[in-house]
Design a protein around this ligand. Structure first.
Ligand code: SF4
Length: 215
């Protein structure tokens, strides 16, 4: 396939937006959102882990340590053991502790709105910062996770599988008011049809517009 012009990509983006909204009308963040700080912790734990596991693990974590103050006072080895099912448990426990420290000692018990400030926390990269900004403060930002970068590349709305470049490409073709929901729709598409291995192009609602269908 050839690379699409920006104008064609914008037309394609409109089609994709309409189709995805018809297919997934209830699309939303699948991490539980009982408080901003807890959502941020779930975001940190979600790297290379399913949202179902993160939600399950966090019910245990927050049952034992309800506040960030409680988390900060906890023994890190206990946090490691609780979050073990999420994988990378040592690094993630250190990140959760760092988040609790910043939240309690530097951020005045508030989750900051600023990407730069959020990314001061260990384990919070651009993807998690975008998630927090969008889900807590409704600040437009596209969360380009593994599903989003794969499906948007296959559809032809980006030529890059680098998340930063893909995000920049998507921001050029979708208007700001679509950025938060776009990430959720892409995840739904990736989970149901456009799987990493053997995408189900025959059943996919984007089959007629996708630029790399059947690849
Ligand atoms: S047509 Fe196939 S490759 Fe394209 S988005 Fe759908 S499942 Fe993915």
């Amino acid at each position: 396939m050839g690379k699409l012009s920006l104008a064609k990509k914008k037309l394609l983006a409109n089609e994709v937006w309409d189709e995805l909204n018809i297919e997934f009308p209830d699309s939303a963040c699948s991490l539980e959102k009982d408080s901003p700080e807890r959502l941020a912790v779930r975001g940190i734990l979600s790297a290379q882990c399913t949202d179902i596991t993160v939600n399950k693990v966090c019910r245990v974590l927050f049952d034992k340590y309800p506040s960030m103050e409680d988390v900060l006072k906890a023994d890190i080895s206990d946090i490691e053991s609780i979050i073990k099912p999420c994988g990378l448990h040592k690094a993630k426990a250190a990140s959760v502790m760092d988040f609790a420290r910043l939240y309690e000692e530097e951020w005045g018990r508030e989750v900051p709105e600023s990407r730069e400030e959020l990314m001061r926390c260990r384990g919070v990269g651009r993807k998690i910062a975008n998630l927090i900004m969008g889900e807590i403060y409704e600040i437009p930002a596209v969360v380009v996770d593994t599903h989003c970068k794969r499906v948007m590349y296959r559809i032809g709305l980006t030529e890059s599988t680098d998340p930063l470049k893909a995000e920049a490409d998507l921001c050029k073709v979708f208007s700001e008011d679509k950025w938060i929901r776009l990430g959720h729709l892409a995840v739904d598409l990736g989970r149901r049809y456009c799987k990493s291995q053997r995408p189900d192009c025959k059943a996919c609602p984007l089959a007629s517009s996708c630029q790399r269908r059947g690849l």
